[in-house]
Design a protein around this ligand. Sequence first.
Ligand code: HEM
Length: 135
Amino acid sequence: MEQQTITLVQESWAKVLPISATAGTLFYTNLFEADPSLKALFKGDMAQQAAKLMQMISAAVGKLNDLGSLVPVLQQLGQRHAGYGVVAAHYDTVGASLLKTLEQGLGPAFTPETQQAWASVYGLIASVMNPETTA
Ligand code: HEM
C-alpha cells in the first residue's frame, strides 16, 4: 500500500473522530437503507455497536503502517463475523455505506483522491476479514 494512500486515510479519519458518534449512527442509517435485511443480524444496542465499529476502524487506520500486526487482528475479526452470519456480499454493502458516510461527514474534504484511498483501504480490510470478498 502506498504511503500517500495511508496518509490520506489517516488524515481524513482524524477529521471524522471528533464527530465519531454521529458518524457511527449515520453509517448504520446508510447501511440499513441500502439493505434493510441486515438489521436482523444485529442483536445489541446500536449506539454501542457504532462505537465498537468506530474503535475498530480507528485501530485499523492507525496500523496501516504495521500490517504484520493488523492482519491477524482482522482475520480473527472476520472469523467472528462469519459466526454473526456475515457473508462476502455484505462487505460490498458495508463498504459502500462507509464511503457514503465519509462523504457526508467530510464534505469537500472527501476529495476524489481521499475516496480512492478509502476504497483501497476498505478493500484490503474486507479481503483480509473474508477472502471471498470481491471488494
Ligand atoms: C471494516 C469492516 C468491519 C469492521 C471494522 C467491523 C467491526 C465490528 C466490531 C468491532 C464488532 C464487535 C464484535 C467483535 O469484535 O467481534 C462487530 C460486530 C458485528 N458486525 Fe461488524 N465490522 C465490519 C464489517 C461488517 C460487515 C460487512 C457486516 C455485515 C453486515 C458486519 C456485521 C456485524 C454484526 C452482525 C456484528 C454483531 C452484532 C451483534 O452481535 O449484535 N460487520 N463488527
